[in-house]
Design a protein around this ligand. Structure first.
Ligand code: SIN
Ligand code: MN
Length: 266
């Protein structure tokens, strides 16, 4: 599956592209049926929230689940990622953020590429993400917010005393808060505006590795589970990983996309 010229132009302009209903209800049901097994894993790949035992992120679910292994290679993600980046891709990260009802916590404003450059030695900011909703995402359950156009700014320098003490074992993105002062966020949001794509389970948001984003806590009664892929071009592979290889994946072979119905096969 390839993006249309119009979709490519939207992504180029905003650094964000929303595709509603890219996966069917039947496919979403299969993934949701598999989810409890992944969330029950004991080990460092499943991270809890700071204030509860709720799972925050389940990293690298494709290492322990055949269905998520197939999802990680899905053509509706891998093919447009290669089209958009202009060459074959491998996965730098693959994870599930659950953001559970009532106790799903904040994701501070950040650019993914900043972490990937600093912690993993990714050479170029030429990398994207895809985010598949496994629940309906509404204004109530903590949708991810994006500052459109910020992908064109490259890596935005921190303007605060941002003493980065990475807690390897956690996602670096949420370990130390935002690298940006409120003044910087005010300036960027007032200039560029905000997007918060919302839609039914099965929808996908594609976003650039430099698009500034974050999300508010989930104080609603509805979970907000989202699967994130981070496809990176094989000639932009990381050069200095400092994190475990479930957080900074190190299988640099180009992903060969599976068949379109791979999630529905026995
Ligand atoms: C992330 O940026 O990794 C997560 C954002 C979210 O789950 O809203
Ligand atoms: Mn992020």
């Amino acid at each position: 599956m390839r993006w249309t010229t119009e979709q490519l132009a939207t992504f180029k302009r905003d650094g964000v592209l929303f595709v509603e209903g890219l996966f069917s209800p039947q496919e979403v049901t299969r993934l949701n049926d598999e989810l409890p097994r992944v969330l029950a894993r004991k080990g460092p790949e499943n991270l809890t929230e700071r204030s509860s035992n709720s799972i925050r992120s389940a990293i690298a679910p494709h290492h322990s689940s055949e269905l998520f292994r197939r999802l990680s290679r899905h053509p509706r993600i891998i093919e447009p990622a290669a089209q958009c980046l202009g060459g074959p891709v491998y996965l730098h990260q693959f994870k599930i953020n659950t953001k559970n009802a009532h106790d799903g916590e904040i994701w501070h404003w950040h650019q993914d590429y900043r972490t990937w450059f600093e912690d993993d030695g990714m050479p170029e900011p030429n990398v994207i993400n895809a985010a598949l909703f496994l629940d309906d995402v509404t204004e109530f359950n903590g949708p991810t917010m994006f500052v459109p156009g910020t992908h064109k700014l490259g890596m935005i320098p921190s303007d605060k005393n941002f003493n980065r003490i990475p807690e390897y074992g956690r996602l670096a993105e949420d370990a130390v808060g935002s690298p940006y002062s409120n003044e910087t966020i005010d300036r960027l949001v007032k200039k560029h505006g905000l997007l918060a794509p919302k839609g039914p389970a099965g929808s996908v948001v594609f976003f650039h590795g430099c698009t500034l984003h974050g999300s508010a806590p989930n104080m609603s009664p509805w979970d907000r589970t989202i699967v994130f892929w981070s496809p990176n071009r094989t000639d932009n592979k990381i050069t200095a990983p400092t994190r475990p290889n479930f957080l900074a994946l190190q299988d640099f072979d180009a992903v060969e996309a599976l068949a379109d119905d791979c999630l529905l096969m026995a």
